[in-house]
Design a protein around this ligand. Structure first.
Ligand SMILES: Cc1cc2nc3c(=O)[nH]c(=O)nc-3n(C[C@H](O)[C@H](O)[C@H](O)COP(=O)(O)O)c2cc1C
Length: 161
């Protein structure tokens, strides 16, 4: 199963999950680059303000050939109940994706992930095959490996491997 992981992470939580999934699935990885929100409190506030307003930032993603992959995983933090703005920019560009797409999210535990998942499903051109969510405390506490492995098993079983 040739797998590509595409993710955005402002403070490293989603990146930790992306790396763990990549190791488990032997996947290629592309980070959605966006310097606009990196930094301290003012950048955090800017991210929240622009997330509510839906102001889409410039992003930087290395090209990838979707046809080379069976499955793409898209990872995002939740921002004001939405996918993080750089991921919204990425999906608004209508990237070419394979038929199999799954998503993973990290959040701070102060909103339900379903709103964000619904929005991702609306933005994506294909049905979402599987969804995985993590509280950031679970990630910083290092108790995510079982969930990552179960998710990877599920994806591999669906591909018949
Ligand atoms: C601008 C902003 C808005 C956020 N909004 C939410 C939210 O609505 N609900 C929630 O549970 N967490 C929210 N969070 C917390 C992040 O989703 C959480 O810390 C996430 O794991 C960060 O991922 P990262 O380290 O990969 O950037 C928000 C964080 C930021 C920066």
């Amino acid at each position: 199963m040739r797998t590509l992981i595409i993710y955005y992470s402002r403070t490293g939580t989603t990146a930790t999950i992306a790396r763990s999934l990549a190791n488990r699935l032997d996947a290629d990885v592309r980070e959605i680059g966006c310097g606009r929100y990196k930094g301290g409190l003012l950048r955090y506030l800017l991210a929240g303000y622009e997330s509510v307003r839906g102001h889409l930032p410039e992003i930087d993603v290395t090209e990838f050939a979707a046809e080379q992959y069976d499955l793409v995983l898209i990872g995002t933090p939740i921002w004001t109940s939405h996918p993080a703005l750089p991921v919204r920019t990425f999906l608004n560009r209508k990237p070419e994706l394979p038929a199999r797409v799954a998503v993973f999210l990290t959040h701070g535990g102060h909103s339900l992930p379903q709103t964000c998942i619904d929005e991702l499903e609306e933005l994506l051109p294909v049905p979402v095959e599987a969804r995985l969510t993590f509280n950031s405390a679970q990630v910083s506490g290092g108790t995510f490996a079982d969930d990552v492995n179960a998710f990877a098993d599920e994806l591999e079983n669906r591909s018949g491997q």
